[in-house]
Design a protein around this ligand. Structure first.
Ligand code: SF4
Length: 265
């Protein structure tokens, strides 16, 4: 697949045409459908942060990372400007990634606790990390139009990884909403009223006659959440321990019910 998606219609077309997660990633990496995000990601890659002045930034859409046939799909919001937009791998090269990969390693889902570059040897055997939006947005805030333009990549990814998929972990309220929309588009039955995001929220979803999947909510490991103590390491580990148990059909000893007032991200 060599053509470059430059419009929402082209994103839909190319996403549908991808026949494997690898092919989908190739198409994502070339995408230029959101003018504001294309300009931002490339500008950040030139201006750089002083601490990374000697680095060559990725400056392009960040592909998904991990197993091609995952039992756990982790969905984030979007690449960080000086993290994934610099290194080219989801949650790699910033504090959010340190928290996420540290937790995945502690619960046995990642081969090592660090995530610093695409060449660091990190492996996810049974899980995969993607995002609702694949380009770094200013202030970590994609517009509604940008979210919707990028959505077909996630829709198709869910379709391609569905055979082994058991658990979807949404990091934050934005990813939670994107996950529900993508799952509904794939034909999963979403409870009414729509389940609200919360840390530890758990929703079972059915798909026709097939085995269901479980959607788990988790606060995003953003600095805003980790610095303030809203999200602690033990809270993060509890969600991924649950995900791991649920992925193999065990009971999930740490699953919590959503708090009465769910707090986005
Ligand atoms: S955000 Fe998604 S749709 Fe928009 S340019 Fe990036 S990869 Fe393409």
């Amino acid at each position: 697949m060599t053509s470059i998606a430059k419009s929402a219609a082209a994103v839909r077309r190319q996403a549908r045409a991808a026949t494997s997660p690898a092919e989908l990633n190739e198409a994502i990496e070339e995408c230029r459908a959101c003018p504001r995000l294309v300009a931002w990601r490339e500008d950040v890659a030139v201006v750089k942060r002083a601490a990374y002045a000697d680095d060559t930034y990725w400056g392009a859409p960040v592909p998904s990372f991990g197993a091609d046939r995952p039992s756990i799909l982790i969905i984030g919001l979007a690449p960080g400007a000086h993290g994934a937009n610099r290194t080219g791998r989801m949650f790699t090269g910033d504090r959010s990634g340190d928290w996420l990969f540290g937790s995945l390693h502690r619960v046995g889902l990642a081969s090592s606790p660090g995530s610093v570059s695409r060449e660091d040897g990190q492996r996810l055997a049974t899980s995969r990390i993607t995002a609702a939006v694949h380009c770094a947005p200013p202030d970590n805030k994609p517009t509604t139009k940008e979210r919707d333009t990028c959505a077909p990549w996630l829709d198709r990814e869910l379709e391609l990884v569905q055979p082994e998929l058991r658990v979807v972990v949404a990091l934050g309220g934005f990813a939670w909403a994107a996950a529900l929309t993508a799952l509904a588009a794939r034909g999963w039955t979403i409870p009414k009223p729509r389940p609200r995001f919360g840390h530890g929220a758990q929703v079972e979803l059915d798909w026709m006659d097939s085995r269901g999947i479980i959607l788990l909510g988790c606060y995003h490991p953003s600095q805003q959440n980790t610095f303030t103590g809203r999200l602690t390491e033990s809270m993060l580990d509890a969600v991924f321990t649950d995900a791991r148990h649920l992925a193999v059909g065990d009971h999930a000893p740490n699953v919590h019910q959503p708090r009465p007032s769910s707090i986005p991200e």
